[in-house]
Write a protein that binds this ligand. Structure first.
Ligand code: PLP
Length: 381
């Protein structure tokens, strides 16, 4: 298999599997138990928490583990709304993940006004529109660090400054940024930050929500007081330990992501744009994640290309995995002003540290003939 869909999920790193295994086989106790077989698990949990803390430049006391990105996002937004019940405005960008968009839309029924800050044709945020939106009392602003479909990076430090100036709390969805660009909550001063382990070669079903010191948390999942009462439920010990190992590995391989993987992505992108006519990039070359390339192929349905590539053992994505299955054009590309036709002809290639030169060669060898075939079929319809 040649896997070019690392923004959907990543292979669990061997280091993460090895770290997790003892907690699925021999050390399967409950950390809250009074005997050693249980409470001895505190130690590996503390170590994992420290590794994950280093990934975002936070103190281990300032985040809690969740079941993943979606839960973290829901908890951050819900918590902010409960903290300031008199503020009835939610500000988000038009290219957020469905976890954010759908949470915000649901709140309209509860009397909230949802302001969607637009992006331009390259996917860059209109900071003037953001500033205007937050001038009225705002319960929460949510802006992603990096976009899952185009890889475009938002200027999160500038966004944070605007929010601070107008006393509007800020959540950032950093799910796609982690492991690809440096994250540091000491320099990007956000109130909440969400991550998911499975995007950085950790296991699925575990993530975190960082909360800036002094910001209140209103737990959404209440239970037995785990995670200092911020998130109930018996700890996912193996998952958390796997997240810790994956965080360590991704910090060690961050340079490789920004050198070798970036140049692999650039070689793939350049070759497609040069060798195949009627192709163009969605977004800009920079500021962008080093692994992502979203390309429109005129005169084809991306869905058809995905199926042909799948038959050849190559995985790519059309739109985000979460919206796959629906035939709606990508809301991200639509928000950037793409026509539905262009959005439906766009393919996302997302690379990772497991990709090799040979993967790119194989993809490039197959792609032109597939595009030609699809174009011929499309025009004869
Ligand atoms: N935010 C972004 C930008 C994502 O790409 C994803 C996953 O695709 C999520 C949030 C949701 O994460 P999870 O599927 O782990 O809940």
């Amino acid at each position: 298999m040649r896997y070019f869909d690392n923004n959907a999920t990543t292979r669990v790193a061997p280091e993460a599997v090895a770290a997790m295994l003892p907690f699925l086989t021999e050390r399967w106790g409950n950390p809250s138990s009074g005997y050693r077989f249980g409470h001895d698990l505190a130690e590996p949990l503390i170590a994992a928490r420290e590794h994950v803390a280093a990934l975002i430049g936070a103190s281990p006391d300032h985040f809690f583990f969740t079941s993943g990105g979606t839960e973290s996002i829901n908890t951050a937004l819900q918590s902010a709304l409960r903290s300031e019940p008199d503020r009835k405005r939610i500000v988000i960008t038009g290219v957020e993940h469905p976890a954010t968009l759908n949470f915000a839309r649901l709140q309209e029924r509860n009397g909230y006004e949802v302001v969607i800050v637009p992006v331009d044709s390259a996917g860059q945020l209109d900071l003037n529109a953001l500033e205007k939106a937050v001038q009225q009392e705002t319960a929460i602003v949510s802006a992603m660090w990096a976009n899952n479909e185009t890889g475009m990076l938002f200027p999160i430090r500038e966004i944070a400054e605007i929010c601070r100036k107008h006393d509007a709390p800020l959540h950032t969805d950093a799910v796609q940024a982690a492991g690809k660009v440096p994250l540091d909550v000491r320099t990007a001063v956000v109130d909440f930050l969400s991550l998911a382990a499975h995007k950085l070669h950790g296991p699925k079903g575990v993530g975190l929500l960082y909360v800036r010191p002094g910001v209140s948390v209103h737990p959404v999942i209440v239970g037995g007081g785990q995670e200092r009462g911020w998130r109930g439920g018996t700890e996912n010990v193996a998952g958390i330990v796997g997240f810790g190992a994956a965080a360590l590995r991704s910090m060690r391989r961050l340079d490789e992501m920004n050198t070798r993987v970036r140049s692999l992505r650039d070689r793939l992108e350049r070759a497609i744009l040069e060798r195949i006519s009627g192709t163009s990039l969605n977004g800009l070359p920079e500021p962008r994640l080093p692994n992502t390339s979203n390309i429109a192929f005129d005169g084809i349905e991306a869905e058809g290309l995905m199926l042909l590539l799948d038959a050849a053992g190559i995985c790519v994505s059309t739109g985000s995995a979460c919206s796959a299955g629906s035939h709606k054009p990508s809301h991200v590309l639509t928000a950037m002003g793409c026509s539905p036709g262009r959005a439906r002809s766009s393919v996302r290639f997302s690379l990772g540290v497991d990709n090799t030169d040979e993967d790119v060669d194989v993809l490039l060898a197959k792609l032109p003939a597939m595009i030609e075939r699809l174009r011929a079929e499309f025009s004869s319809r």
